[in-house]
Design a protein. Structure first.
Lengths: 122, 107
């Protein structure tokens, strides 16, 4: 059973870059057929998909966030990461890392991290 | 962009049936998933590929998808089913798209 755990600062200043890491256990980020995702939930709001990385270097980002998002994989540490630049208070949210799998031509999320709250404030 | 719309809330009495809709343009041409989210917990996949239940999900959860609407049905609703539910579909232009979410209250 794969497990995912987010880590990173819980407080980020406006205009700075939010950086989070997801450590994967019970599975490998190098495994084919999986997409490693970041998803967030603003306080009291719904889920928002940020993007995913697959094949260790291919990425697909939410068009609304594309200009500020960078994702990467560190296979030596079995981790994947998110960087979100130029943050504002609107980026305050619980951030989840997740694993997606392709099934019948679509993607579904079969594993989630616990989520980590990131607050953007000076 | 692609959007999925859900009713903000659904109320149901214990033992009764709760139905949650998810509407999107030609959603029936895509596969829909449903996730259950309880406070302080990670989301749980309850339905995928429109109608399939992952291992460990009770039979009272079922799904359908046709036209512009996907539906999650909870039969014989229990108090522990009280949660937020989100539909999700994958769109070739927008990527993963989540619905607006529905709060299910078991009265």
């Amino acid at each position: 059973q794969v497990q995912l755990q987010e880590s990173g600062p819980g407080l980020v200043k406006p205009s700075q870059t939010l950086s989070l890491t997801c450590t994967v256990s019970g599975g490998s980020v190098s495994s084919g057929g999986y997409y490693w995702s970041w998803i967030r939930q603003h306080p009291g709001k719904g889920l928002e998909w940020i993007g995913y990385i697959f094949h260790s270097e291919s990425t697909y980002y939410n068009p609304s966030l594309r200009s500020r998002v960078t994702m990467s994989v560190d296979t030596s540490k079995n981790q994947f990461s998110l960087k979100l630049s130029s943050v504002t208070a609107a980026d305050t949210a619980v951030y989840y890392c997740a694993r997606e799998v392709a099934v019948a031509g679509t993607l579904l999320i079969d594993s989630w991290g616990q989520g980590t709250l990131v607050t953007v404030s000076s | 962009s692609y959007e999925l719309t859900q009713p903000p809330s659904v109320s149901v009495s214990p033992g009764q049936t709760a139905s949650i809709t998810c509407s999107g343009d030609k959603l029936g041409d895509k596969y829909a998933c449903w996730y259950q989210l309880k406070p302080g917990q990670s989301p749980v996949l309850v339905i995928y590929q429109d109608t399939k239940r992952p291992s460990g999900i009770p039979e009272r959860f079922s799904g359908s998808n046709s036209g512009n609407t996907a539906t999650l049905t909870i039969s014989g609703t229990q108090a522990l089913d009280e949660a937020d539910y989100y539909c999700q579909a994958w769109d070739s232009s927008a990527g993963d798209v989540f619905g607006t979410g529905t709060k299910v209250t078991v009265l």
